[in-house]
Structure formats: structure tokens, C-alpha cells
Write a protein that binds this ligand. Structure first.
Ligand SMILES: [Zn+2]
Length: 393
């Protein structure tokens, strides 16, 4: 009796964890409030406005100190979100699925902007949460020199930006290639991939086994990690079905996430900036899923983030939204909990059967689908998106 009780107590304490999940922060270290929010764009590399010397175009308004719905975010927004989180939420650790870097122009080639953005986020997390481990993922904007690229010199860049993360992560692959694994509690392991090597826009993309072997051998490493783990949270910036995922990554991940679907508790992605999930089919049968975290970067919507809980095999998240228009009006920065996923959609877990069930109910229940659409990218409501169609891949 005593033994059963003790085992029960130990199990309870060993298998409950919670984390703050941030993604796609895209902080612009040269953001200037009151600069024009619509400006002359010099190239198609992804230039944003809200910078000194930007030349206003028609319809432009001054960028606010907390950010602008169509531009990269100021450092003040990041510290305001972290300040609010620190005052209001409890969690064990932090996950950031990448893209700290901002959308920049050709001048990115001649600057340290990407490294500066990543180091700023590292310092901000450390100063707000000095005792909470943070586990980071390299995104396609956390690149060298320019967006989506791993030019020669990228390994030096990776070593530099990941160096301060070593206090939380002990894996030499992180400093060399930006991928790593980390045992959270003796049972659940974080397996963290660097998808930039397989970005279809990357001039140096890895697109076959021999190139992969010569450049960190990441897919073989990933397979070995999945093969030797019991319970994995798989973190990867670019979802495997994204247009930026090259055929080599798509086929490798489709194969591995299917074969190890019992080992992978959840795949957590960023990159899309929207609050979404995806289901993957092989031969007409659902085999795996991914949860896509919304971005702190405004990209038409308010900054958003999640707090996950994983307890006794049950995964859930709460989603938070920070209304920056209200913050500017009242000069009071605050975020609000929008919903808890399981409660909102009447589910018992975030796993493949529950997500398939939700997808199928949304096909016939307009109210349920409206809820999903409302949470996708608030306050933006884009009715041209095929919300149901993009779930199944
Ligand atoms: Zn992004």
C-alpha cells in the first residue's frame, strides 16, 4: 500500500512540466518609434519600415513605441511581453522556436544585425528569468549573412550565438551546427533540429545524404535520437510541409515522424506566424501532427504566445494575446489569456486522435471552425484562407 502510494507520488512529481513557448520574435534592434510605418522599399528582401531615415509613402502613420501591426517589433515590445509574463505566469522552462532576427535589406550583409537580435533575446530571457532554462531553435532569419542563408562563416555565427545557451544545454552539436538534444527529466527529451540547412531558399541547402553526411549528418543524428528516446518533444522552426522545406527534409521528416509517431509526443514548429495545427497523412491514413506556434512578431496580428502544460501524459496549452493598440492608447501594456486548447475545443488531450476528431468536427460545425479562425491571427480576419484545407497534408 505504502509502496503504491509512494510510486504514485513520485510519478506525479516526475511527469508534470510546463513551459512558455515563444516563436518568431523578429526583433528590430534599429526600430524607431514615430518613424513612418509605410515607407519606400529598396529591395524585395523583406524590408520593413519603422526605422530612422525611412521615407514615408501615402497612408503612412507614425510607428508606436510598442510596435506596429505590419513591421518588425521593437526591443521594448519584447521586454514588455517578458515583463508581463514574469508577473503573471508560472512555468518551468522556455522554448523559443526561432527567428529572433528581423526582416532586413541588403545592408544585412554588411551588419551584425542577426547576431545582435539573437544576443538581445538571450540577454532579455536571462535577465527576466535567470533561473529558467531556455531552449532555442535556429530559424531561417537566424542566418548568415542574409535571410535563409548558411554562407561559409555560418558555423562561426552558430558558435557565437549559441555560446551563451551552453549554460542550459550540454551538446557539442549545438555550437557546431545549431541542433541538439536535451534530457528534461530522465524521461522526456527535447530534440531540436536546425532546419535552415534544408531551406529551399538557401544557396547552400543540404539536399542529399552525402552532402548531409559532410555537413553535420543531422538527419542520421535525428533518427538515432528518436530511436533511443522514449518521449520526445521535437522542435523545428520550419514545418515539414512549408514551401521552404526542401524535398530532402520533407521526405526525411515525413518518414521519421511517421515511424516514430509513438515516441514523438508533439512536433512544435514556428515559421508560419499563425496559431495553427497540421495533420499528416500517409497512404490516406493520419500518421502524425504538428503544433504551430503563433509569433510575437506582429505580422498583421497582435503579439501571441503560449504556455504549455504536460502532465500525466496530457498535453495542453493556453494562448495569450497582447493588444498593442490598447497598450498605446492607455500606456499600459498587458496581455490576456484567450483560451485553453482542450477546454475550448472539448478535447481530452493534444494528440493525433483528438486533433483528427477536432478537424472532423470543424468540417460540419461552423461555430467550432469560427473559433479556430478567430484564434488564428487576431485581430486580422482573412477569409481568403482555406483554413480547413491547410490542416491536412
Ligand atoms: Zn518568422
Amino acid at each position: 500500500m505504502l509502496k503504491t502510494l509512494l510510486t504514485g507520488l513520485l510519478f506525479t512529481s516526475c511527469c508534470a512540466m510546463s513551459w512558455l513557448h515563444l516563436s518568431d520574435i523578429h526583433v528590430d534592434m534599429r526600430y524607431k518609434d514615430n518613424a513612418p510605418n509605410k515607407c519606400v522599399v529598396w529591395s524585395k528582401l523583406g524590408t520593413m519600415c519603422c526605422r530612422d531615415n525611412d521615407i514615408a509613402i501615402g497612408g503612412s502613420e507614425p510607428c508606436s513605441k510598442y510596435g506596429d501591426l505590419s513591421n518588425d517589433v521593437p526591443p521594448l515590445l519584447v521586454t514588455s511581453v517578458l515583463g508581463w509574463v514574469g508577473d503573471n505566469l508560472y512555468f518551468d522552462f522556455i522554448i523559443n522556436t526561432g527567428d529572433d532576427g528581423s526582416h532586413k535589406d541588403v545592408n544585412q550583409v554588411f551588419s551584425n544585425d542577426n547576431a545582435d537580435s539573437i544576443h538581445f533575446i538571450t540577454d532579455a530571457l536571462d535577465s527576466h528569468f535567470p533561473s529558467k532554462p531556455s531552449y532555442r531553435v535556429m530559424g531561417n532569419h537566424d542566418s548568415y549573412w542574409n535571410v535563409d542563408q548558411t554562407f561559409p562563416g555560418y558555423s562561426r555565427f552558430v558558435a557565437d550565438v549559441t555560446n551563451p545557451w551552453k549554460k542550459w544545454i550540454n551538446d557539442s552539436n549545438m555550437g557546431s551546427y545549431g541542433y541538439y538534444s536535451h534530457d528534461l527529466d530522465g524521461r522526456t527529451k527535447l530534440v531540436v533540429m536546425n532546419s535552415l540547412f534544408y531551406d529551399a531558399h538557401n544557396l547552400f541547402q543540404i539536399n542529399d545524404v552525402s552532402y548531409d553526411k559532410a555537413t553535420g549528418n543531422q538527419i542520421a543524428w535525428l533518427e538515432n535520437e528518436l530511436n533511443t528516446s522514449k518521449d520526445v518533444l521535437f522542435l523545428n522552426h520550419i514545418p515539414m510541409t512549408s514551401g521552404e522545406s526542401n524535398e530532402y527534409m520533407k521526405s526525411a521528416l515525413s518518414n521519421l515522424t511517421h515511424r516514430y509517431s509513438n515516441t514523438i509526443t508533439a512536433t512544435l514548429n514556428g515559421h508560419s506566424h499563425r496559431s495553427r495545427f497540421e495533420l499528416y497523412k500517409v497512404g490516406g491514413i493520419y500518421v502524425s501532427f504538428a503544433l504551430i506556434n503563433p509569433s510575437i512578431y506582429t505580422d498583421g496580428h497582435y503579439p501571441m504566445f503560449r504556455k504549455y502544460t504536460y502532465e500525466e501524459g496530457v498535453l495542453d496549452f493556453e494562448e495569450y494575446v497582447c493588444n498593442i493598440s490598447a497598450a498605446v492608447e492607455t500606456n499600459n501594456f498587458t496581455c490576456t489569456k484567450e483560451y485553453s486548447f482542450l477546454e475550448e475545443y472539448s478535447l481530452t488531450n493534444i494528440d493525433l486522435p483528438n486533433l483528427v476528431n477536432l478537424y472532423e468536427r470543424m468540417q460540419t460545425n461552423g461555430t467550432l471552425l469560427d473559433m479556430y479562425i478567430t484564434h488564428y491571427s487576431p485581430p486580422e480576419l482573412d477569409m481568403t484562407i482555406d483554413y480547413l484545407g491547410e490542416i491536412v497534408n
